[in-house]
Design a protein around this ligand. Sequence first.
Ligand SMILES: [Zn+2]
Length: 120
Amino acid sequence: MVVYEDESEQWFRDVLENHEEEARQRAFSLVEEGHTDENGCIVTPTAYPRKVIFHGRQTYAYRFIHCVLEGEIAGRDQVVRHRCHNRLCINPAHLALGTQADNKRDDWENWAGGVDFDFL
Ligand SMILES: [Zn+2]
């Protein structure tokens, strides 16, 4: 059986298997550059979600941080969700891997009822 991996999965696998220490240091230094707000979010000083370039691929810093620190491989169809609904947030404790559908549902819940502070 051939296991098909998309390019996102191949890249994360290579990072986690061959460059893990370097990746973790990069993730920690990104987190250190952020500042903590009143919700406990660690936000980047950027207008849009920060991106990071690592070993030939550009990805969102929050996606990079979550996958590297949790050791999770995210495929193209998987998104790293913000449980705090702040897309500038890179606090590893506020991030979770999910599907595009999960992400939409998060938005709907957020619009309907505000931030769920139980998650923070
Ligand atoms: Zn947050």
